[in-house]
Ligand binder design. Structure first.
Ligand SMILES: *Cc1c(COP(=O)(O)O)cnc(C)c1O
Length: 560
């Protein structure tokens, strides 16, 4: 088949399209957006499918004690998207639910377009309840979620056909939420053969079309539905009795459905690939390490610097290797500009004056126990001692807890208590409403990016990649991408090592690194510190990007 006829359909429960459009909650959606932007840059023929989410993902408010409340984010769909005339139906609980699509176009600099279609059931033809099915991202109960996944997977394939996409050669499931698309493809294959039953032949042909990326080793991240609910929502299908498709007794496990019907399955970092292989021993699991779309995540000051020294870096990300040739004074100047912008934002939001000369540590991610936002605050007296001995630090935090994650909410309150306790000695701020705009400011404006997940639960992580291209080194647990990205003392610093037994005191390691390595380097060998910053860009910016990632998907998964 000619290359221009080979189109990849990319399915994701969330996709980040624009700063002002709240159709994403975090890492998964941001990766999806960056993936599509790189596909456009590289002229990879692709079309993407997700849901509309009129109510958006929430905006976070924190009171003086750090108690989180959530507000829904209104946005005007017509300001960003164009309605398509096509309609398809998905049968849910025996009702024919009408689905429409809204189109968004991702443009590359050269004008190549990747269209994105967001599915929407909010139509007058549908019942009140069905109209709400595509309103909320990760809201509602199991039934609500299963209905959404039926619309995404089954409705998505039908909508693509209605839109005229008959030549799709790959269906890429970005996480298991969309794996019901395989049922629609099985039906299509069966019909094509004019057969009544789904056979091995259909399974084989669907497998050759499907690619599956799994994103987390955390069990709760793998959707499971009781078969009774599945039958109630989707109606009975003979495929439910096929053991090589529905392998788990009594439940539909979306991950296994995708595993059983894909010819290529991957984790999102080398280490995560290995961990996933252990979880699913009977399947062959590959690894393609995540990345970030560099032009989107590079601060204005570094964009200008790269344009001057490395023209063409936006499309040829590998050329960032030549950051090694950039004058070190220029790298420092660009960093200070980004830092100034962040500190101004902090002043505006919290009325706190942070110090441009003080080592600034950044930590921002979804607040949930395994991410351990409070590891740095394990021993506050020790932290005070370190600052006295080795030099000042200030800390900038951000992160939303999922509305139902009580433990995640508690962690934010614990940080607020530490902020009070350390008030005179160490300045700490917690910024509200972590989103991509704040993500850009923080990953580029701090001096050190901290990440302290519990191993091996961080599948990849991407915020450290954003900081790397902005010359901000990471101090991180050796998990996810950092296993590949960390060259000790060259691109940043590890907390602990990758082979330690559980129970090892990682907080202790974190404090040791700060006290004996990072603070002395920052305050007494600034040239050495800037050398690390430069290596971040040259070694990690040039590799941990979605252009390289898409090259690997094309070579290994899409166009074999
Ligand atoms: C990059 C980003 C994430 C994902 O980063 P992790 O390192 O995986 O936590 C989540 N939320 C926002 C707003 C981001 O910018």
């Amino acid at each position: 088949m000619k290359r221009e006829n080979r189109i990849v359909a990319y399915f994701s429960m969330e996709i980040c399209l624009d700063e002002r459009v709240p159709t994403y909650s975090g890492g998964l959606g941001i990766l999806a957006g960056d993936t599509i932007r790189s596909a456009a840059n590289l002229k990879i023929p692709m079309v993407a499918i997700s849901l509309l989410y009129r109510n958006g993902y929430f905006s976070q408010k924190l009171d003086e004690k750090g108690r989180q409340t959530e507000e829904s984010l209104e946005w005007v769909v017509q300001d960003f998207l164009v309605e398509c005339p096509e309609r398809v139906t998905v049968t849910i609980e025996g009702r024919d639910v009408q689905v429409r699509a809204w189109k968004y176009k991702i443009f590359s600099e050269s004008g190549f377009i990747v269209p994105v279609f967001l599915l929407d059931t909010d139509l007058p033809e549908n019942s009140e309840e069905d109209r709400k099915l595509t309103h909320q991202l990760y809201g509602g109960d199991q039934r609500y979620r299963l209905c959404q996944e039926a619309i995404l997977g089954i409705g998505g394939v039908r909508m693509l056909r209605a839109l005229g996409y008959h030549q799709l050669t790959r269906f890429h499931m970005n996480e298991g939420h969309s794996s019901l698309l395989t049922l629609e493809l099985l039906d299509e294959s069966k019909k094509k053969r004019l057969s009544v039953d789904i056979t091995k032949e259909d399974i084989h042909s669907v497998k050759s079309l499907c690619v599956f990326t799994t994103h987390t080793p955390v069990d709760a991240g793998h959707d499971k539905f009781p078969m009774d609910l599945v039958k109630q929502v989707l109606g009975y299908r003979s495929v439910f009795d096929m053991k090589d498709v529905f392998c788990c007794e009594g439940i539909l496990n979306m991950t296994y459905l995708a595993l059983n019907l894909s010819h290529y399955v991957n984790g999102v970092a080398k280490k995560h690939g290995e961990v996933t292989q252990l979880m699913f021993a009977n399947y062959s699991i590959h690894a393609i390490t995540n990345g970030v779309h560099l032009p989107s995540w590079t601060s204005p000051s570094f964009q200008k610097l790269f344009d001057q020294y490395i023209p063409g870096w936006r499309s040829d990300n590998y050329s960032l290797r030549y950051a090694l040739n950039i004058a070190r004074t220029e790298i420092w100047k660009s960093h200070l500009k980004a830092k100034e912008e962040l500190l101004q934002y902090v002043k505006q939001e919290t009325n706190t004056d942070l110090d441009m000369d003080c080592l600034t540590i950044g930590f921002a991610r979804r607040s949930t126990p395994y991410k351990r936002a409070d590891l740095l605050l394990t021993d506050l007296d020790r932290l005070i001692e370190i600052v006295k001995k080795s030099g000042k630090i200030q800390i900038i935090y951000a992160g939303k807890a999922h509305p139902q994650d009580e433990e995640g909410k508690q962690i934010i309150q614990k940080i607020f208590q530490a902020i009070k306790f350390l008030k005179e000695k160490i300045k700490i701020v917690y910024l509200e409403n972590y989103d991509i705009a704040l993500g850009k400011l923080m990953t580029s404006g701090v001096d050190v990016w901290l990440n302290t997940p519990k191993r091996p639960l961080e599948a990849s992580g991407t915020s450290g990649m954003k900081s790397a291209v902005n010359g901000v080194p990471s101090l991180s647990i050796l998990d996810g991408w950092w296993v590949e990205g960390c060259i000790e003392g060259i691109t940043g610093w590890a907390i602990g090592n990758s082979s330690e037994q559980v129970g090892h005191d990682e907080a202790d390691d974190l404090y040791d690194k700060l006290e004996n390595v990072i603070l002395p380097l920052f305050y007494h060998d600034r040239d050495g510190f800037i050398e690390v910053m430069t290596h971040c860009i040259a070694l990690n910016g040039s590799f941990f990007n979605t252009n390289r990632m898409m090259h690997q998907y094309v070579l290994n998964a899409y166009f074999l």
